[in-house]
Design a protein around this ligand. Structure first.
Ligand code: SF4
Ligand code: SF4
Length: 165
């Protein structure tokens, strides 16, 4: 499926999803990068060494789940928009999903937005809790949205504006 429509299957995603025990500890990066291409800014962006340095520029990134603090500094550095941070400890009922968002308008903090799955289908509504769009992000803003916890591994984009389901 990935090769034909760009959407990974559950089987392809499974190795990228941290175990429940790690998710209970706090935010963690999930890197949905599947193709060996000459690209490595994720590994150079990570200051904790959680993304191991590549031996070959075509290597696929691998996250050390214990070293990852969920800081999100790698999100805006990925040209493939393939990095997300999921925090399942955000609240009892909600998870916080941080994602790269290169559309205009940007949402405002506190705004309610449609939340979308990997195919672009609306799967619910979420509340924007943070927008990072400074010099560091370099025109790839990072939006953090609170979503129902059961959607933490489903939501990978947002649509700003009214409910258009
Ligand atoms: S979220 Fe932070 S610590 Fe984790 S891999 Fe990305 S840059 Fe490294
Ligand atoms: S920066 Fe993004 S596209 Fe490039 S290797 Fe890292 S995760 Fe993959």
């Amino acid at each position: 499926m990935l090769a034909t429509n760009g959407i990974p299957t559950a089987e392809e995603l499974a190795p990228r999803i941290p175990p429940a025990e790690r998710l209970k500890k706090g935010p963690v990066a999930i890197i949905e990068c599947f193709q060996k291409i000459p690209c490595n800014p994720c590994s150079t962006a990570c200051k904790t060494g959680a993304i191991e340095k590549f031996e070959d520029i075509n290597d696929l990134p691998s996250v050390d789940l214990e070293k990852c603090t969920g800081c999100g500094l790698c999100i805006s550095k990925c040209p493939g928009l393939a990095i997300f941070v999921v925090d399942e400890t955000y609240s009892e009922m909600e998870a916080a999903v941080s994602l790269p968002f290169e559309f205009l308008p940007l949402p405002a903090e506190g705004e309610e937005v449609d939340v979308l799955d990997r195919s672009g289908k609306t799967v619910g509504r979420g509340k924007v809790i943070r927008v990072r769009n400074g010099k560091y992000e370099d025109r790839t803003p990072v939006v953090t949205v609170a979503v129902p916890k059961e959607l933490s591994m489903v939501v990978r984009n947002i649509r700003v504006g009214g409910d258009r389901r």
